[in-house]
Design a protein around this ligand. Sequence first.
Ligand code: H79
Length: 624
Amino acid sequence: MKANYFYNLLFLGFIVIFTSCKEDVKKESVNSSEELNYQSNIEAYFKSNTPSKVDLPYETEEEYQERMQWWKDAKYGMFIHWGLYSQLGGEYKGEVTPKIAEWIQNTLKIPAVEYKKLMETFNATKFSAEEWVSIAKAAGMKYIVITSKHHDGFALFDSKVSDYDVMNTPFGRDVIKELKDECHRQGLKFGLYYSHAIDWDHPQAYIGEGELQNRMNTVDFDPNDMDRSKYLKEKSFPQLKEILTNYGTIDILWFDMGKGLDNEEIREFVKITKELQPNIIISSRIGDEVAPTSLNKDMYFDFFTPSDNYSTGDQFEIPFEMAGTTNSSWGYRKDDKEWREPGFIINSLIASASRNGNYLLNVGPMANGLIPSEPVKNLKIAGEWLKKNGESVYNTTASPFPWNYNWGYVTQNENKMYLNVFNWPKSNRIELNGLLTKADKITALGSSDNLSFTQDGRFLSIDLSTVTKQDFATPIVVELKSAELNIDKKISQNIENDIRLDRITSQYMKDEKLSSWNFTVHTPGKFKIKIVSNEKGNHSKPDWTGADQKGSVQVAGKIIPVSLTRDTEIVNPTLFFYKEIGSNVGEIEFTKKGTYSLQLKGFEIGAGKWTKGLGLNRIELVQK
Ligand code: H79
């Protein structure tokens, strides 16, 4: 999937569209956390979706925020992929699929008539909605999203539109109804995934040409002889109406893989959805996310879905939701035992929360209805941590700082800031850089003992030596004198004298392949320069594009030629399958205090999993 893409581009899209009337439009800039006014851009976004075009009820920004509130507070949901493919567990007639298990029909080119025979044996004797919802609840999840129909076309609900549904299996129970009722009984919100564009059972489900044809069923059907409007009219629109009509309130509609649909069709999907469920929340994969600038004008969605299992520390224009797997597949895969550890899960969740995002973590139940025991165990352990420390996650808002910290992540709730320490520093101290609001009181979450701290100018330094370190992460609560934070967003050397230049704080000029930062130095000296970049691409064969380009670093009057080498490797849980690669590129001396600039030249930057260019994460200047 070429999806995703475009972290930066999302920003760029908004910046370009919404500032283009001003005369001072400069080059494209990636970050500009200081200048960007998120609120007004959201407003502009909604105003661009006027009723005249989409024929939707107009919604003000306040109404949007209100409708999204439960979702933003929830932070954590369970994704469930379950269907006929669950019986195969990634293997068909002795052949193991090299790709994600729910794609097996497509990847192994199984003829539809053969694949459909799986209906005859679908009998989930151990299925219990109560058990699934209890697992999600014990994990600390606040909502569930399940595949009402995945790409194979098989419906897990009672459909009058198509016989290819769960009612025509020996199981014969409406899974969607049972799960929905149970979710609402146990107080969880309930959403549906619906594969609106791809359908391997319908002969007319045309997506597009070239690469897009890999997503279609070309084993049984001839792509040259397809009329998508028939598929939409005969199956996709009417089934969408069924799931939005027959089950009471549906809280989320998780459209996926909408690339290939045109804007008129997308508008029709939105219209049906919103008319039947006015408060529903819609995923951005309803359309082609590769072209956000045009989508912003013509589309309507409520949250943005960045690349699966790939969180790069960016903060988006609208809230995002990172969808992730507990092993490497969405549908059950019997040979995949590489389960995500509780610490990884907690890390991904908090990394998302600290950047205005939710985490939708998947389980792939087996055909008998049981969720594999390993992820259940890991989810439960993470859930126990959340039970104790949930205050630092639920109902919070993003970090007020534009940069990231080595020790962990920041979230905020009114005048409280939560610092979740994942990497315990050897010095037993952590610091905040740029906080001008005064701290009143600092404690470890769950303890009333005051921690000692110093606050001097832009630096708040906290002594952790009396804190009992928790498993996985230890939240520290900073109570501030005011909920209106005053943050100095200029980059500065930190207390340990190092300088961290995150990609998200850079100014980026794409045409000139130039990333630049300004920062202040308070303690001069010699520094090692290290460039850290992320692997990307297909998770089964991560690609590191660092060696593809050459350039230079210009800093303090010195030009240092740069060709990146794979010097160090770090596992960063938020990237799951991908590593952070460190490249040592030389040294620099700052002889005086003051403001400096650093420019990275010659490198096209593409932070997304599928975007072209170097997956730049940050540059570290470490004092020798
Ligand atoms: O529902 C889950 C996946 O089945 C679907 N979205 C999540 C939430 C999905 N994830 N990744 N993809 C789809 C990427 C698909 C990439 C593709 Fe391919 C490349 C489709 C065709 C070529 C991977 C490789 C799947 C089949 C071959």
